[in-house]
Design a protein around this ligand. Structure first.
Ligand SMILES: Nc1ncnc2c1ncn2[C@@H]1O[C@H](COP(=O)(O)OP(=O)(O)O)[C@@H](O)[C@H]1O
Ligand SMILES: [Mg+2]
Length: 395
């Protein structure tokens, strides 16, 4: 279905990967993982023909239909629904011809057009596009809004809908869950499970990978290795390999030490000099095993508290929001050791609650009490928002 034969790729002077040999068979779904900047997106660009390999060839069957997720959308005055329908280029072409016939009154080929439309299941296209939009979190009254009325994150969702609308035997998805909320991610998992074609998926979300792929392509040490199984199975294999490498390393180091001791003791002794020489040679020839190490040298520690307050933070009868109330009558007690996942649909007020807890915004009304030993840590980014109550020793 998709074969990489001795593929190498450079960008500028940097070698991204080489000796890449693997095949994605029909119907298989592989997760492509690797560090940021390792070249995952670049590999996709090679597959869709935007980049040329520096060595080797990617074998793709003729006429294979591919769908891939565009990273950008232009804010045109196309409607959301039309944009999604445009993902099926054959449908668009036939529909345009039917519209043209209606306009000009020239119905010479109309029978043939309707036959083609029927053959590609074109009469259900609109319904299918609407289902994709609904699944990805769009409200009915947004279907006819123009692209420029949507924010960046929602445009990415429109791209995803358009990609899923595209009839394909191979689907390439580059970090599709980045702008999705939990409900939509679950919807996408389900969609992928029902997708009949092959898929290559770049994702950093291990749970998403576990649910959707049956192979892991691991971009590491400037090459790619294919592992059977999902992400959890991959981690087990990787851990076993590291353990084996470490045990081989220890064993070899012991052997090396023995040989060095022998050489040291007997080198000067006439009767053993030959044996010592052969050990010196063996030591020189030996291919040394590197000690196993975990990739990420990242360590952190949250300082321990001597004193803590309970509750740490309280909201009572609190109205939260900006000009108007977003969440009303909030009652919340946070205790030491709590770990809370905050769920809610887009616009429900998750960020508003976190901002209120952190006093980034003031309460509209109600009460907020801090424990005497509360220290707040607050980190926000586009993908996740965490709030750490970091109790510290009082001075
Ligand atoms: N348009 C570009 N021109 C030149 N180099 C690029 C370009 N885009 C990305 N790169 C470089 O290619 C490398 C791989 O990038 P990328 O394929 O985006 O990695 P990944 O998707 O794994 O994070 C990086 O070192 C990046 O700086
Ligand atoms: Mg990338």
């Amino acid at each position: 279905m998709l074969s990489f034969n001795q593929i190498a790729l450079r960008r500028g002077t940097e070698l991204l990967f080489e000796d890449v040999n693997f095949t994605i068979h029909k119907g298989r779904k592989a997760g492509l993982i690797g560090a940021t900047g390792a070249g995952k997106t670049s590999l996709f660009k090679m597959i869709i023909g935007e980049l040329d390999s520096d060595h080797g060839e990617i074998e793709i069957p003729n006429n294979l239909r591919m769908a891939h997720l565009e990273q950008e959308v232009q804010g045109t005055d196309d409607t959301a629904l039309n944009y999604v329908l445009g993902g099926d280029s054959e449908w668009s072409e036939i529909q345009a011809k039917i519209d043209e016939a209606d306009k000009t009154g020239n119905y010479d080929n109309i029978g043939q057009l309707h036959e083609r439309m029927d053959a590609i299941d074109g009469y259900t296209a609109k319904t299918r596009a609407q289902q994709l939009l609904a699944g990805l979190g769009f409200e009915q009254d947004e279907f006819d809004k123009t692209l420029q009325e949507f924010s960046g994150g929602w445009r990415i969702r429109l791209n995803l809908a358009r990609t899923l609308m595209t009839p394909s035997e191979l689907l390439l998805l580059d970090e599709p869950t980045n702008h999705l909320d939990l409900d939509t991610i679950l919807w996408l998992v389900n969609w992928i499970k029902h997708y009949q074609g092959s898929m290559l998926l770049i994702s950093h979300d291990r749970e998403f990978l576990d649910e959707t792929v049956d192979n892991i392509a691991y971009l590491h040490h400037k090459t790619i290795e294919l592992f059977p199984g999902n992400y959890t199975q991959f981690e087990i294999i990787k851990a076993a390999r590291l353990a084996e490498q470490q045990s081989n390393f220890v064993k070899q180091q012991r052997e090396v030490k023995h040989m060095q001791d022998f050489v040291r003791r007997f080198r000067a002794k006439a009767t053993k000099a030959r044996q010592a020489q052969s050990r010196i040679k063996a030591l020189e020839r030996m291919e040394l095993i590197a000690p196993a190490h975990i990739d990420s040298p990242f360590h952190f520690r949250i300082p321990q508290a001597d004193k803590t307050s309970d509750p740490l933070l309280t909201l009572a009868h609190a109205n939260l929001g900006y000009d108007s109330v977003v969440i009303g009558n909030v009652k919340l007690n946070l205790h030491p050791g709590d770990r809370i996942g905050l769920l809610g649909h887009n616009g429900a007020g998750k960020s508003t609650l976190v901002k209120s807890l952190c006093r980034e915004i003031e309460l509209l009304s109600g009460e907020r009490h801090e424990g005497a030993n509360l220290v707040l840590g607050y980190s926000r980014n586009t993908k996740l928002m965490t709030l750490i109550w970091m109790p510290q020793a009082s001075p």
